[in-house]
Design a protein around this ligand. Structure first.
Ligand code: MLT
Length: 406
């Protein structure tokens, strides 16, 4: 009889957002007239920017003509997009990243999940708690059971007392996942603090996996957009970026990962190996690239109109974040995030049970959020709301909460 990867049996039965979706479906079928406001999954709600739509149409037309039709694309992505990324997201900010350090992909979720393919099974892995579930689950899927019971994962609790910033672990970690602006807490890691982590990684020969999917939401000067703003980071970090939350690509799918050429580690045979080479090998074996039309759409994000339109989308959601943050504060609730982030993290006002609060909010106010405990044990008693909805629905949600006797 064939066998399975039994690590999957050690995962929660459902991915967090699948459980939330099932609960909403159940509630809707029992209350078909309920006007549910969804502030749960971090999925954008505004349409794609006109510059992106225009580029998509043009690219589709090219695919219909023999002379401009494209089949398989280059492994790292098309030069037209790689050049735009290197110039606009890095060189324009004084960061020297070359096009052969960038890998275009179909989502930061895929890349943060797949990166474990090129890392050893015996690494001690530092994961913040609460955390975007993909980092933890992808490690559980891969690390041998024997290893996990030997605690190959070190949880780094993040709570109000440490400003949601993980403390440098006493026990050495080989790999550390950092996501800032943070999902789920909406909090940030300022430049000085990120520098401490880069120094730690350089001193310990550790690797930082830096998820910058929410960098477009940074509004404050002392908050970095990229880990490569920090000196030395190119020798110890991989950065993940996405077009989902800024340009609305959650359905279109496009992202990129930067693996600097300086980033090397020693293999067991004593030779130094480039992670850039390994990631290229991994991607060219298991991935055939992001569609040409989608890469043209991503390129349009960097056009003058695209930049303005994307700024408009981000500002729209930031305004919602402000509405939520200030509305809940007026009600006397304790809230975090929502300044450099589309996420607002709140202390459940009446209970220490996040799922109980989820059920009450859905049943009594017809509002969906995400239970903090779904992101890890330190999230118990907390709750996440997203700014990804219309101004009208966001305001209505806050009005419903304000009138709630809780
Ligand atoms: C979330 O709600 O945390 C996001 O949808 C995560 C993601 O982008 O996959």
């Amino acid at each position: 009889m064939f066998t399975i990867n039994e690590n999957f049996l050690r995962l929660n039965e459902n991915y967090l957002f699948t459980t939330v979706a099932e609960k909403i479906k159940q509630f809707s079928s029992e209350h078909p007239d309920a006007n549910i406001i969804r502030l749960g999954i971090g999925d954008v709600t505004l349409p794609l920017p006109p510059a992106v739509i225009k580029a998509l149409h043009k690219a589709v037309d090219e695919m219909a003509v023999k002379e401009t039709f494209r089949g398989y694309g280059p492994e790292r992505g098309y030069d037209f997009l790689l050049e735009k990324i290197a110039e606009n997201d890095y060189r324009a900010h004084g960061i020297d990243i070359s096009t052969d350090e960038i890998f275009v992909s179909d989502g930061a979720k895929s890349d943060t999940g797949n990166i474990v393919d090129i890392l050893g099974e015996n690494n001690m892995v530092g994961i913040t708690d609460p955390v975007y579930p993909v980092y933890l689950d992808s490690n559980i899927m891969r690390i041998k059971e024997r290893s996990i019971t030997n605690s190959k994962i070190v949880f780094l609790p993040c709570h109000p007392e440490n400003n949601f910033l993980p403390e440098i672990p006493k026990k050495r970690v080989d790999v550390i996942y950092l996501c800032y602006p943070n999902n789920p807490t909406g909090t940030v890691m300022k430049r000085d603090e990120l520098k401490r982590w880069v120094i730690y990684a350089l001193e310990n020969k550790s690797l930082i996996l830096f998820d910058a999917a929410y960098e477009a939401y940074v509004t404050e000067d002392d908050v970095p957009h990229s880990i490569f703003e920090i000196e030395g980071a190119k020798s110890c970090a991989i950065e993940f970026r996405s077009y989902s939350k800024n340009a609305g690509f959650t359905g279109l799918r496009c992202s990129y990962t930067v693996v600097p050429k300086e980033l090397k580690t020693k293999a067991s045979n004593g030779t130094y190996v480039s992670l850039n080479q390994l990631w290229l090998r991994r991607q060219s074996t298991k991935f055939n690239g992001t569609a040409y039309i989608i890469q043209r759409a991503a390129e349009a994000v960097y056009s003058p109109e695209g930049k303005e339109e994307v700024k408009g989308l981000v500002n729209y959601y930031l305004e919602n974040a402000k509405t939520i943050r200030e509305g809940l504060q007026e009600k006397g609730w304790t809230v975090y995030g929502g300044v450099n982030s589309p996420y607002i993290w709140l202390k459940c006002p009446d209970t220490n049970d996040s799922w109980q609060f989820f059920d009450r909010l859905l049943n009594e106010r017809h509002i969906v959020g995400t239970p903090g405990v779904g992101f890890g044990p330190s999230g118990e008693g907390y709750f996440r709301l997203t700014a990804f909805n219309s101004h009208e629905k966001t305001r209505e949600a806050i009005e419903r909460i304000k009138k709630w006797e809780i």
